[in-house]
Write a protein that binds this ligand. Structure first.
Ligand code: UDP
Ligand code: MG
Length: 139
């Protein structure tokens, strides 16, 4: 079987606060390989596709507004167990509940500005990778 891969994104709040290097360092130090990486600003259409599962949630419009508010850093990470492992490195969705030592636990205070996204399943990972990267960009 191919090495497991996932999709992650440093959200606009993380870029704005100059946390790109610190967050990438943690992911690399864990041992995950960055196989694709780009900075871009999401269009409203891309944001709606990315967060389609949350369309009917009360926080949806704020989520779309934030994720399109500035550039993000999108990436594909590879490594054994990377899907669940990234979720553990990120910490809980609400940064006030995220354990110290996790990215959200150390770098964020508000759920709406929790600085990093990570796909939650193999199907989500593949769906999200295809929104951001062409096959050629994935080497
Ligand atoms: N979110 C929010 N308020 C909530 C729940 C979620 O603003 O009550 C935002 C938050 O930025 C979160 C994103 O919506 O990261 C997606 O929510 P999800 O439940 O998928 O959390 P995640 O997978 O990012 O931990
Ligand atoms: Mg999610």
């Amino acid at each position: 079987m191919a090495v497991e891969r996932t999709f992650s994104m440093i959200k606009p709040e993380g870029v704005r606060r100059g946390l790109v290097g610190a967050i990438l360092a943690r992911l690399e130090q864990k041992g995950y390989r960055i196989v694709a990486l780009k900075m871009l600003r999401l269009t409203p259409e891309m944001a709606a596709e990315h967060y389609a599962e949350h369309r009917d949630k009360p926080f949806y419009q704020d989520l779309i507004n934030h994720i399109t508010s500035g550039p993000v850093v999108a990436m594909v990470l590879e490594g054994p167990g990377v899907i669940a492992g990234l979720r553990r490195l990120m910490g809980a969705t609400n940064p006030q509940e995220a354990a110290p030592g996790t990215i959200r636990g150390d770098f964020a205070l508000e759920t709406s500005h929790n600085v990093i996204h990570g796909a939650d399943s193999p199907a989500s990972a593949e769906r999200e990778i295809a929104i951001y990267f062409t096959p050629a960009e994935l080497g």
